[in-house]
Design a protein around this ligand. Structure first.
Ligand code: MN
Length: 498
């Protein structure tokens, strides 16, 4: 399993020395209590670390640079307990390079009507100080998340937890290394893109290998290792043999076991976290990697079919952002395949030739060996299942020639009306928001691909905030989308993101 780093987020409180030591003592006491309370909520994916109150340009600058230089820090949450003149913040903000959140809160939830006096007002004036601070961040054009509300409320704690995962995606994006086994499929437009620009924007390293470099690894896998993994497969998955002889079936599955071990070793040896294959460029591989790819996605690797490195990197990114989510429902590579256009039951059947991640599966996972209608290899083994119900987010990162655009669609996954016994692939079925008609029209107008990176465990807001943090355009298709407004948004964005 590819593991995330254990990051921390700093909690920095702003004030000034105008109010005297007693006030600053209380500011520190309050912010400590808030950090303790937030950590004790059990909601935050990372520890929040209390930091001493910032009251001068020098301390603010030193603090932001310390956060920059500490590899464990994934971001800073700022909050102005009192007024904190914002010119003091300019230099520190100019030098700060990591994700920034502005928690617009205050220590007390209710106005203490009986006791309130001017001392209380001066001590508890984030309504005032946070506006001064917010002004300078806006004037400087710095991207940040603003979260408003009482720090002890569940809604605010959930928002902080959610932003922490966006911060993780922003921090970890630059560590993603994509391995391309072969090139993109010929003639396909949407899976292409500018790899240099992707590295400048997202930090992704995107390399290429001849698929036969992988074949050497696959061929070197020992029979003992293959048999041990086959035992695991046979204990974990239901066998649907489709009338095949048991020994012949096992031989086909063994090819995928060998590929899983060989590919994983290749990816570990060369430090890759996402990869692509292409069914038309398999060199000495006996089968299109199917089950092998599914298992590697389950272990945390990003994947894209037909050389689609943008989607492979996005799948990896979204797996990073979702990792450790309580009761996670899964994240996968997907492809829009076939529609159900029956009125009231409209939706898109999601699948791929083989490579859908079993983390999204609902119920039993079966193993089948079936012919592939494309390519010229042996019948590949694959895992077959249907997916969970519930809300999810589908994303498509496209290259428009002069910029990247992230298309983010809220979708609702549903059960199919009937089983599909003749369809030997993992599937999901979803209706895009606001409905199929508007959702698909908006998707096509935005130039969205047929491949997506999909997750049940992330939200539209997290993906939009990630795109904003990366400095790229994003467009959302959700319950509020209307075609007229959406077309205008695309038109305006073409100027804003020129
Ligand atoms: Mn495809």
């Amino acid at each position: 399993m590819l593991k995330n780093k254990a990051y921390k987020i700093w909690f920095c409180t702003g004030s000034q020395d105008l109010y005297g030591d007693e006030c600053l003592r209380k500011v520190a006491e309050h912010s400590k209590k808030m950090v303790e309370g937030l950590n004790a909520s059990g909601k935050l994916p990372f520890e929040l670390v209390w930091r001493p109150t910032l009251i001068s340009q020098a301390s603010i600058r030193a603090e932001f640079n310390a956060a920059n230089n500490d590899p464990e820090v994934a971001g800073v949450i700022t909050w102005m307990h009192t007024f904190s003149p914002a010119k003091m913040w300019i230099l520190g903000l100019q030098e700060y390079k990591k994700p920034l959140c502005h928690l617009h809160t205050q220590f007390n939830e209710e106005i203490p009507y009986d006791e309130i006096d001017m001392d209380f007002m001066n001590e508890n004036q984030s309504a005032h100080g946070d506006r001064e601070y917010g002004h300078i961040v806006s004037r400087m054009g710095i991207e940040r998340k603003v979260i408003v509300g009482h720090w002890a409320s569940e809604r605010v704690q959930d928002s902080i937890a959610s932003w922490m995962r966006t911060a993780l995606g922003l921090m970890e994006s630059s560590h993603i290394r994509v391995c391309r086994f072969g090139d993109n499929m010929n003639n396909v437009a949407v899976t292409e893109g500018d790899k240099v620009e992707a590295q400048i924007k997202f930090g992704w390293e995107i390399d290429h290998y001849n698929v036969n470099d992988l074949v050497e690894y696959v061929n070197a896998v020992s029979e003992g290792d293959v048999n041990a993994l086959l035992d695991e497969y046979y204990s974990k998955y239901k066998i649907i043999d489709d009338g095949r002889d048991a020994a012949e079936f096992r031989k086909h599955v063994a090819v995928q076991a060998k590929q899983e071990i060989g590919m994983e070793k290749f990816l570990v040896d060369n430090d890759y976290h996402a990869f692509v294959t292409h069914f038309g460029m398999l060199g000495g591989l006996q089968q299109l990697p199917g089950l092998a790819v599914q298992r590697l996605m389950e272990k945390g690797y990003g994947f894209g079919g037909e050389g689609d490195w943008k989607t492979a990197a996005m799948v990896r990114l979204m797996k990073i952002m979702a990792e450790g989510t309580k009761d996670a429902k899964g994240t996968s590579f997907m492809e829009d395949y076939t529609y159900n256009l029956v009125p009231g039951k409209e939706g898109i059947l999601q699948a791929h030739m083989l490579e859908v991640c079993p983390t999204v599966a609902d119920g039993d996972i079966s193993m089948r060996v079936c012919p592939l209608s494309m390519g010229n290899r042996e019948d590949p083994a694959r895992l077959v299942f249907t997916s969970k119900v519930g809300k999810g987010v589908a994303t498509s990162l496209i290259d428009l020639g002069n910029r990247f655009r992230l298309i983010v669609n809220a979708v609702e996954c549903k059960k199919n009306d009937k089983p599909m016994p003749k369809l030997p692939v993992g599937t999901a079925f979803w209706t895009p928001e606001p409905n199929l008609e508007v959702g698909a029209e908006a998707w096509i107008l935005a130039g969205g691909a047929h491949h997506t990176a999909f997750s049940y465990d992330l939200t539209v807001d997290q993906m939009v905030d990630w795109a904003a943090g990366m400095g790229i355009e994003s467009v959302v298709i959700d319950k509020d989308t209307t075609i007229r407004n959406f077309k205008n948004e695309l038109r305006w964005n073409s100027i804003a993101f020129k």
